[in-house]
Design a protein around this ligand. Structure first.
Ligand code: ADP
Ligand code: ZN
Length: 621
């Protein structure tokens, strides 16, 4: 590590240290904003490249850059990755002994550190604050800034105390970064972190490399197993709604020969850590988890995120699905969508201890994820619209691959709406279904609903078909559900249809039949089809990386990222100059690993194999 190494420009650092050629999106402007002493608020999706926005200034500033980050595991991983790049980074968290803390402070005072990662708890402590007063600080970067807001799902009270930075260090630039922040959360971030005058950078939420799929729940375990088998050489996360379900699914996958681990708050800390580390190190295992497996995941090569249960809100979904494909290579998001779950989540929100405002807020977010699941247009367009952005069709989601066939469902929907109205908007979907299908259930008889004029009006439809229509009109916002008792309600959108003023078209064959995700023909786009020679080279580089990771005590991707390996295998650089052109190979890696990599590549280079595919075909540049 050479902290005194001086670089001229941000681009110089990007090329020489990180081995990347050009900035992405607003990175360069953000870097200039903080370098010129201004505050900035950055809203950028996961994988967008937020870290470089403070890591590059850190190497250009005289003083140190303090990065506030919520989790120790996250910090450790980032620090290790930076150290592999030759950057003088360190961290301070509660797991350090007093002696280690003292040593870290000494290193900082001797100008041996450029980047200090610290948890908010530690930063707010007296000892750290006193120390920071004596230090030349050039920038405060507040990562995962949405933790400041109780509207968000990762609220941390300690984050709110960061407002002391505003008073104690008023002239030091503050850079807040997050991947999720709706208007409420943004206001909180600006308020607590004193960013009202900051320059706001709002990157698009578009994640081009993610293909989105929604499958209707239908033998959910088998659907999951088929999917996981399709991606058996890749890493993925399966999200479940409860600890019990995590354990059940993990066991189920294990029994079917899948290398999976569990993660939830009910496991003891050491087990969680072991499973987390195992997943980080592995190239092809599955993590079955509750949302407790969240903030700390910085694994770039997660190829899919499968929601076995429905996410609680559009924000949860965006955040969780965004953990796929951080390395920019193709990845898949799947939601296994069941109507019953909606009722469960809705009930949970209603029965929570939150105040009415927060409940309404959460119900609105739930409604959005339901709209996403029920969308008949391109999923990407639907998702971005729900997040307040316009986009273009992706051509690779379930709805793009297999356009849903719509039919005029106005008459059926009118019958349903009329029945809901006639029973006083007090009954559930199953009761409405019974009436329309002339089923003399106990409840129908008790309430004498067999006397209604709509009784038996949909006898030709199966229970499943009728339920599907009800689900679709709910997803489209044409009816509401009272979650306290699951009763169906009419709303503003119901009336024009009921009165015959508007037609409605619904999906005839739903996503039900589409069990394969991520492909047109069963071959996953995320599976990189290697030739025989490439396969051998790939295996050799993987095992070399594995040994190096063990030797350096870091994660695999801190040695080489998936994308770097991809370029190495496809481009086969056989000298230093060509190698330095490879994605992610900066000066330090070239010096440290260059000869060994060239040697491995040369062993395979006697063959003059020509690939037809372009090297970038599977990559998102
Ligand atoms: P975020 O924190 O926004 O989720 P990261 O900072 O972890 O994203 O960046 C995601 C990946 O993209 C990392 O592997 C990072 O090194 C890489 N990356 C970031 N900026 C660039 C760039 N300009 N060119 C190439 N790769 C980049
Ligand atoms: Zn699409």
């Amino acid at each position: 590590m050479n902290p005194s190494h001086s670089y001229d420009t941000p681009l110089h650092v990007l090329n020489q240290v990180f081995g990347y050629k050009t900035f992405r999106g607003d990175q360069e402007q953000i870097i200039h904003q903080v370098l010129s002493g201004g505050h900035a608020f950055v809203l950028m999706p996961t994988g967008g490249g937020k870290s470089l926005c403070y890591q590059i200034p850190a190497l250009l500033f005289d003083g140190i850059t303090v990065v506030i980050s919520p989790l120790i595991s996250l910090m450790q991983d980032q620090v290790a990755t930076l150290q592999e790049l030759g950057v003088a980074a360190t961290y301070v968290a509660s797991n350090l002994t007093y002696e280690q803390l003292r040593q870290t402070f000494t290193n900082i005072l001797h100008n041996q550190i450029k980047l200090l990662y610290i948890t908010p708890e530690r930063l707010n402590s007296r000892i750290c604050m006193d120390f920071l007063y004596q230090t030349k600080i050039s920038l405060f970067a507040i990562d995962e800034a949405h933790c400041v807001s109780h509207w968000g799902h990762d609220f941390r009270p300690e984050y709110q105390q960061l407002s002391t930075l505003v008073n104690n260090f008023p002239h030091i630039p503050r850079l807040a970064l997050t991947a999720t922040a709706d208007n409420y959360t943004q206001t909180d971030i600006e308020h607590y972190l004193g960013l009202k005058q900051a320059r706001f950078f709002h990157a698009s939420f578009l994640r081009e490399n993610i293909s989105y799929f929604v499958v209707e729940k239908n033998n959910a375990k088998k659907q999951l197993l088929d999917f996981v088998k399709q991606y058996k050489n890749q890493s993925g996360i399966v999200y479940c709604s409860s600890r019990i379900r995590v354990d059940m699914i993990n066991q189920f996958l294990n029994e079917h020969g899948i290398d999976s681990r569990a993660y939830h708050a009910g496991l003891d800390a050491s087990m969680r850590l072991t499973n987390h580390n195992y997943f980080l190190q592995s190239n092809n295992s599955v993590m079955v988890a509750t949302v407790a497996f969240g903030l700390g995941i910085d694994k770039p090569d997660v190829r899919y995120v499968y929601h076995f249960d429905m996410p609680r809100s559009i924000d949860h979904f965006y955040q969780e699905s965004g953990r796929a494909g951080r390395d920019g290579m193709e990845a898949v998001s799947v939601v296994n969508f069941g109507f019953k779950e909606i009722l469960g989540i809705g009930q949970m929100i209603i029965e929570s201890d939150n105040d009415e405002l927060k409940k309404r807020y959460e119900l609105a977010k739930l409604k959005k994820i339901i709209q996403y699941c029920g969308a008949t247009q391109c999923r990407r367009v639907a998702l971005l619209q729900l997040l307040g952005e316009q986009s273009y069709v992706c051509g690779k989601c379930d709805n793009c691959i297999n356009s849903p066939k719509l039919y005029d469902a106005t008459t059926d929907v009118q019958k349903i709406l009329s029945t809901i109205y006639r029973v006083g908007q007090k009954f559930s979907a199953s009761h409405i279904t019974d009436i329309l299908r002339a089923k003399l259930s106990v409840n129908v008889q008790i309430w004498e609903h067999h006397r209604l004029p709509t009784f038996g009006l949909c006898s030709e439809l199966s229970e499943k078909e009728l339920r599907r229509i009800i689900r679709q009109i709910y997803c489209r916002g044409i009816i509401d559900i009272d979650y306290t008792n699951s009763s169906l309600k009419l709303n503003d959108k119901s009336l024009p249809i009921l009165r015959g003023l508007e037609d409605i078209h619904l999906v005839k064959h739903t996503v039900n039949g589409r069990s394969s995700c991520g492909s047109r023909n069963g071959n996953s786009r995320t599976v990189w089809l290697r030739t025989e020679i490439e396969e051998r080279l790939y295996r050799d580089i993987l095992s070399w990386r594995h040994n190096k990771a063990i030797m350096h005590k870091v994660s695999h991707h801190a040695i080489l990222s998936e994308r770097t390996i991809y370029e190495l295998v496809v481009k086969k650089p056989h000298n230093g100059e060509l190698l330095s052109d490879i994605y992610g190979i900066g000066n330090t890696k070239l010096g440290k690993f260059g000869n060994e990599l060239i040697e491995i590549i040369q062993q395979h280079s006697h063959s003059h194999e020509v690939r037809n595919e372009s090297a970038n075909e599977l990559l998102m540049l």
